[in-house]
Design a protein around this ligand. Structure first.
Ligand code: XLF
Length: 328
């Protein structure tokens, strides 16, 4: 079957009598185009099937009513929950949502942003963006959760340092003999702060901590348990893990080794994501208020999109200890 010929910019030019350079300017929002000319181009685009032009911000002030959401991974339940809340807020406000993930990889971050720019999104919410160079000079309203840098207008995060302090103090209170911390990847600002809070609290009362390093967050490709191989766990250990998904993974590893949790070893996670209450033993954890975080990210982005006077800021939300069954 012969393919139907696609409408080109040249066709739009013939239909409207407007030059290709003006049409291109209009499509790319790269310069002034009279609004009557813009309307003529828009009418021709709508009449034909000129696909690349469909998502175009056609005249100044035009909004695509789409918002981009970039998260590190859907396999981490915290980010699934975060995306679900934000997705709901976006829909309730009458916007469309374009959802992307990065696996904490710079190339994926660049590709995602290019894609979102191509769709002329009105704004972007990103979680755990690690690379400032990707976000500088963007000219799109951006809000981040837990950004490593200050390129976005608003950054929302929790008091990660205090989370580390709370975890240490609780493990100490329940009679932990040896403190162990499974530390997040070195380039995660949030988990570095969790480590600092834990470490400083231990130091303040002259206690040592053992550290297990991890290269990446949980992913489908790598076995997180590889980070634990070679580490000798002991009865009486109290382990603070940098997030829930990995804490749950570690509990099943300890059970495979023959330990009882919490009788032999206590484990504390971080997040209070929905799965922390579903597995046996139910996980003791430090809660990040994900619904509130999502609400703050979305309302800040909306204010930026609506040109309200938003000052560049960092909003820090409090954390709290949720005691369940994985600690003595
Ligand atoms: O980036 C941190 C590490 O993992 C994030 O807040 C999380 O706790 C989500 O699980």
């Amino acid at each position: 079957m012969k393919n139907k010929k696609q409408t080109s910019m040249r066709d739009i030019s013939k239909i409207t009598g407007v030059s290709i350079s003006t049409i291109s300017r209009y499509i790319n929002s790269s310069g002034y185009v009279k609004s009557s000319t813009g309307e003529k181009i828009e009418a021709a685009i709508n009449k034909t099937n000129y696909v690349p032009n469909r998502n175009v911000k056609s005249v100044f002030g035009y909004k695509s009513h789409n918002i981009g959401l970039i998260v590190p991974a859907f396999t981490n339940p915290f980010f699934s929950e975060f995306s679900t809340y934000i997705g709901n807020y976006i829909q309730e406000a009458g916007y469309g949502c374009i959802l992307c993930f990065t696996s904490d990889d710079i190339n994926a971050e660049v590709r995602n942003l290019d894609l979102l720019k191509g769709y002329r999104v009105d704004g972007v919410i990103s979680a755990r963006s690690l690379y400032p160079e990707v976000w500088s000079n963007l000219e799109i309203p951006t809000v981040s959760f837990e950004s490593n840098h200050d390129e976005q207008e608003v950054n929302v995060c929790v008091d990660n340092y205090n989370g580390g302090e709370i975890a240490f103090n609780y493990l100490n209170k329940i009679g932990t003999k040896r403190f162990v911390h499974v530390r997040g990847p070195e380039n995660f600002k949030a988990t570095n702060e969790r480590f600092n809070g834990f470490y400083d609290s231990a130091k303040a009362i002259n206690k040592n901590i053992k550290i297990i390093k991890s290269e990446k967050d949980y992913s489908l490709e790598a076995d997180f348990r590889d980070n634990l191989k070679g580490f000798k766990f002991n009865k009486g250990d109290g382990i603070f893990v940098f997030n829930d998904i990995n804490a749950i993974n570690i509990i099943s590893y300890l059970i495979d080794l023959g330990f009882k949790v919490p009788e032999d070893i206590s484990v504390i996670g971080f997040d209070n994501s929905y799965i922390s209450d579903m597995l046996i033993p139910r996980l003791t954890t430090i809660e990040q208020p994900v619904k509130e975080i999502a609400a703050k990210c979305f309302s800040s982005l909306l204010e930026l999109i609506e040109n309200k006077n938003v000052v560049k800021s960092e909003l820090v939300l409090p954390v709290r200890l949720v005691i369940r069954d994985s600690t003595r």
